[in-house]
Design a protein around this ligand. Structure first.
Ligand code: MG
Length: 311
């Protein structure tokens, strides 16, 4: 699909499929799904930077981070050629950007003053696998997943040996520098996000991408005020492909990546509907000054769709 090609949402050529009432209300009648850029190999890790009205995102096999400007409509290489193979990212509360680096097998902070600081790259004596996706809890702690994709696939990182006993979900405490393995029973933990009040943690297991028939669901955990996790039941199963990155909106709905688009899932776990995309979706983020845009990284593309905001 060419840059700038627009698919109008509407009766003709609709990209929206509603499974539950209320789904269509999330989108304006005259909105559209648009391709902003389509020159990547595997786009990932989008984060919206409000001050500059821009979206940074990764193009992992090309080992570069791109920047899309809402103001100019242009995309350019923001950071490239570092052998870091950045995957998931999230803005931190202090104005920096937290990166999952496959290449260095680390969780890293690009601070507001331009410094690059490795936050975590080892656990119990071994190197991490390849941090995949990251989110910051309202209390400031940084949570990330650590599956092995980045040491298994030469175009996703630097091939290497697994030095951990599993693929864990970690909590990093920026105050103390302590790294804790909070969840140890995932095969390929991938996207993760908190409910708006920080009391629920959702984590995707994308093992089905490696072994058809294996896990392809999101589990939900409760996080109490003492920092203890309980629960972990399957919250929703993926209908097509696996769940990769996802975000939670202010109403508590999950917007989750899958093979054939973005699925919107209610707080109670009902699949409300799907935004169909031309290619497999890896991740997404909300953006726009009114938080009424959804940016989607989908294989070679950066896509955007209008929402009724603020979401
Ligand atoms: Mg991912």
């Amino acid at each position: 699909m060419a840059d700038g090609m627009a698919i109008e949402i509407g009766e003709a050529g609709s990209v929206l499929t509603a499974f539950e009432p209320g789904f269509s209300d999330l989108f304006p009648e005259k909105g559209s799904l648009r391709v902003l850029w389509s020159e990547g190999k595997w786009t990932e890790g989008p984060s919206y930077l409000p001050l500059t009205r821009s979206v940074v995102f990764s193009d992992i096999p090309n080992d570069r981070q791109m920047l899309y400007s809402e103001l100019s409509g242009e995309v350019h290489v923001w950071r490239g050629g570092h052998r870091q193979f950045v995957n998931g990212t999230t803005p931190d509360a202090a104005g920096g950007l937290i990166l999952c680096e496959h290449g260095t097998r680390s969780l890293t902070l690009l601070s507001h003053d331009g410094r690059r600081v490795v936050l975590a790259d080892r656990f119990e004596g071994g190197r991490l696998n390849s941090p995949n996706d990251v989110v910051q809890h309202p209390d400031g702690s940084i949570w990330f997943t650590d599956p092995t994709y980045g040491i298994e696939f030469p175009d996703q990182g630097n091939p290497g040996e697994k030095e951990q006993k599993g693929s864990f979900v970690y909590r990093y405490d920026p105050g103390t520098g302590e790294l804790s393995a909070m969840i140890r029973d995932f095969a390929y933990p991938n996207g993760l996000a908190f409910s708006p009040d920080g009391t629920r943690l959702y984590v995707a297991d994308s093992a089905g991408s490696r072994s058809p028939g294996d896990k392809r669901h999101i589990r939900a955990f409760n996080l109490d005020s003492n920092g203890q996790l309980t629960g972990g039941e399957i919250f929703v199963r993926c209908l097509n492909g696996v769940f990769d990155g996802f975000r939670v909106d202010r109403a508590g709905r999950l917007w989750a990546s899958a093979r054939d688009g973005v699925y919107v899932i209610s707080e109670s776990g009902e699949v409300m509907g799907r935004i169909a995309t031309p290619q497999t979706v890896s991740n997404l983020c909300f953006g726009g000054p009114d938080r009424d845009l959804l940016y989607i990284t989908a294989t070679s593309d950066l896509l955007v769709i209008n929402l009724v905001g603020p979401v």
